[in-house]
Design a protein around this ligand. Structure first.
Ligand code: NAP
Ligand code: SF4
Length: 691
């Protein structure tokens, strides 16, 4: 078994030698250092979805991934994440999984089943934990297990592993992090037991050690056991570094093959994977653990390009890198890296919009930049049977997706945009501090336009007449949106600007600002106005803001955040009385709200806009539905920024239809109220797959 830093394979001429080097695990070899980390897709929960799950993993195996880890499977009913959720507890379930494992093996990859007991995170009234406690993110209080039940649970883990082996899996991952069952035993904050599984640190770590020991005994030596270890709990009362190291060594002694990195309990108030988290922000903690054990360790979180992965590995921080979302975004990530085509990779922008946010809404996970993810059986871009001449108007996300998929299928595609650059709204998004990743999508599409041979006409305003005369078989209108101007007395005052003017720098913004509209764009603009520099580009500044520190200094690696001031004072306003930001994504909205709180932004709901004049913005807060009552205030601001939603731009539509041209609306031009890159790219890709 090798434990040294990966060394390049001599036969492989490549620019990512550490990433692509095989790893010898003794009884077996991984073909490279890429682990597809566990991510629930929603396809795990029902047997009828296993063919789709098999296709999803097969595509990643074909794409070159070394080891894939499934979403979490409970070892028993008490460990369910949600009622009737995924479980690996019977022989009949195991036999159904053969379809998944053989699909992966056909393409040379390996796959491990993750065994996850949700503990007090189980979204059901029958959940169990070390003690009778309630997680702050779950309405259901857990029941404490008896000692006998703890022992049963340990054997259920071992039984799940045996069944996984019968199902053809190459190994299992034991989920020992993110605040689930095992963490709940490890932390004195959630473990108040007085038996041999509670009290001293050694007693609290007995559960995971016995799980690994019994699992190893059940599955034999030639089976991979990955243990996902919580290296930073990021919650008060988290483990000390001494305890973490002691546990890691005991886990190795108990028979684990690989230690994977887990960062932060789900209830932690520190972001760990959203786009504003710097790339590879936690690889330093994996590097800290690596010398303490002699089995391979795997780094995780916000590693999203081959170069970032290569840097982590070549620095000696880890032996493997785990990426989950980046492999949703591009199933061919590894092959492209290996073939010198890294510039063709569709990079995950860590938006969470189509993957984790879907899972929290109990929808199947997919990917904003790759709507095929998780839908490999239903959305395919097959070669066109007849080549058509197609015009796509608008080079925002919808137009880019439509034109590249159409041209990729063999159509003759011309793309028009009146702007001098492709990108549309993404050109604005990428200017927001913490959203720099959005530029990766534009880089990807720029390369795809070249590869698929789309003829691009920038700085060109297409008219209905020229399009009708151009002999196009189809016209796709992806003309996007324009900012809405609400009717407020004084809206023409020179201090009023819209978000496009602000983000492009076309108009100056004063030091005192009111932002009208608290949707995604109002939040983004507020971030833009309250930062001088981007936190994601400076890991230390980001750690200071969120209170992330060396776990040797503070248990769990959590300290008090230090919040740097804002260059402007900002009020963020909405008319709704609901919590400001309630409509943002489940997994990222709280981060946006907290970030603006750190900057002292005043967020106000229930606002009526009365007028705008030299004195500022006059509002009433908390008036009743007839406009009566409430507190009248004047926000003495220099600038009022309009982020009040958008109107669709589809002026070409009627004239084209009247001229008899087959015309299709996609993205914001179709429904501005849902202007949303996820919907725009998916709708455009689905249309392009059909035409
Ligand atoms: P939005 O989410 O529809 O928000 C528009 C805001 O303007 C709301 O706060 C609305 O709240 C207010 N508003 C609407 N009409 C108004 C009027 N006549 N007068 C005054 N206020 C008015 O739109 P958006 O912020 O432009 O974002 C568009 C889409 O982009 C979102 O749906 C999202 O999918 C996407 N996006 C998301 C993010 C993110 O998640 N971080 C970031 C950027 C963009 P009230 O009616 O309560 O005042
Ligand atoms: Fe990454 Fe966003 Fe796709 Fe999720 S939806 S995989 S975060 S790009």
């Amino acid at each position: 078994m090798t434990t040294a830093s990966p060394s390049p394979s001599s036969s492989q001429p490549t620019t990512f030698p550490h990433l692509l080097a095989p790893l010898d695990l003794g009884h077996t070899e991984l073909r490279n250092r890429v682990v597809m980390g566990s991510m629930h897709t929603g396809l795990e929960d029902r047997s009828k979805d296993l063919p789709a799950l098999a296709a999803y993993f097969a595509e990643r195996s074909k794409g070159g991934v070394g080891l894939m880890i499934t979403g979490g499977y409970a070892p028993n009913r008490e460990g369910w994440l949600s009622p009737f959720g995924s479980r690996m507890a019977t022989q009949s379930l195991a036999s159904k999984h053969r379809e998944v494992t053989s699909a992966v093996h056909q393409h040379g990859g390996k796959i491990a089943l993750q065994v996850l007991h949700a503990g007090r995170y189980g979204y059901n009234p029958f959940n169990v934990s070390a003690s009778a406690t309630k997680a702050p993110i779950n309405p259901f209080k857990a029941r404490a297990l008896t000692t006998k039940q703890v022992k049963h649970t340990i054997s259920d883990y071992a039984r799940s592993a045996e069944l996984a082996r019968e199902a053809g899996y190459d190994g299992i991952e034991i989920m020992g992090s993110e605040g689930y069952f095992i963490n709940q035993f490890l932390s004195a904050g959630t473990n108040h037991r007085t038996d041999q599984y509670g009290g001293s640190a050694q007693n609290r770590m007995r559960l995971p050690i016995e799980i690994v020991e019994q699992t190893r005994a059940a599955v034999g030596e030639d089976f991979i056991i990955v243990y996902r270890l919580s290296m930073l709990d990021l919650v008060p009362g988290g483990q000390t570094w001494e305890e973490t190291v002691e546990l890691a060594q005991a886990i190795e002694g108990a028979g684990a093959s690989i230690i994977n990195t887990g960062i932060g309990w789900h209830e932690a108030r520190v972001p760990t994977i959203v786009t504003s988290v710097p790339r590879a922000a936690f690889s330093w903690v994996t590097a800290k653990l690596k010398p303490e054990v002699s089995i391979p360790v795997c780094a995780s979180n916000r590693i999203n390009t081959p170069q970032v992965a290569e840097d982590v590995l070549s620095s000696g921080a880890a032996d493997l890198v785990s990426m989950a979302r980046p492999l949703l975004a591009d199933a061919d990530f590894v092959n492209k890296a290996a073939e010198g085509r890294a510039d063709e990779i569709n990079v995950c922008i860590a938006c969470n919009q189509a993957c984790l946010d879907h899972i929290f809404k109990r929808k199947h996970a997919s990917c904003l930049v790759n709507p095929r993810a998780g839908r490999e059986l239903e959305l395919n871009y097959l070669p066109a049977t007849t080549t058509k001449k197609i015009a796509v108007i608008g080079a925002g996300p919808a137009g880019l997706a439509a034109s590249t998929v159409l041209a990729g299928r063999g159509h003759d595609v011309e793309l028009f945009d009146e702007a001098d650059a492709i990108g549309g709204q993404f050109n604005l998004a990428k200017r927001i501090p913490g959203k720099e990743e959005f530029d990766e999508t534009l880089r990807y599409f720029k390369r795809q336009l070249e590869l698929t041979g789309v003829t691009v006409h920038l700085g060109t305003k297409a008219s209905a007449e020229t399009l009708a005369a151009g002999g196009f078989d189809e016209v796709v209108l992806a003309t996007g949106v324009e900012p809405r101007t609400p009717s407020i007395p004084g809206i023409d005052h020179p201090k009023v600007v819209n978000y496009v003017d602000v983000l492009t720098g076309a108009k100056p913004v004063g030091e005192r600002v009111a932002v009208i509209g608290a949707g995604g764009i109002g939040f983004d603009v507020s971030e833009f106005l309250t930062h001088d520099t981007s936190p994601t580009l400076d890991l230390e500044a980001w750690q200071r803001e969120w209170g992330v520190t060396d776990p040797e200094r503070e248990p769990g690696g959590l300290t008090k955040g230090i919040h740097e001031g804002s260059p402007r004072s900002v009020h963020l306003l909405q008319r709704k009385t609901s919590k400001v930001g309630a409509g943002l994504g489940k997994t990222s909205g709280w981060v946006h709200r907290a970030a603006l709180q750190h900057k002292g932004v005043e967020m106000l709901g229930g606002v009526t806009y009365r007028s705008i004049d030299d004195a500022g913005l006059h509002i009433t807060v908390g008036a009743d539905k007839d406009g009566k009552g409430g507190e009248r205030r004047t926000l003495e601001v220099d600038t009022v920024v309009l982020c009040a939603g958008q109107e669709p731009r589809r002026e070409l539509h009627d004239a084209l239809v009247a001229a008899g041209v087959s015309t299709h609306l996609v993205g914001g031009a179709d429904v501005a109220a849902e202007l949303d890159a996820k919907r725009a790219i998916r709708q455009a890709s689905e249309l392009a797959a059909r035409l």
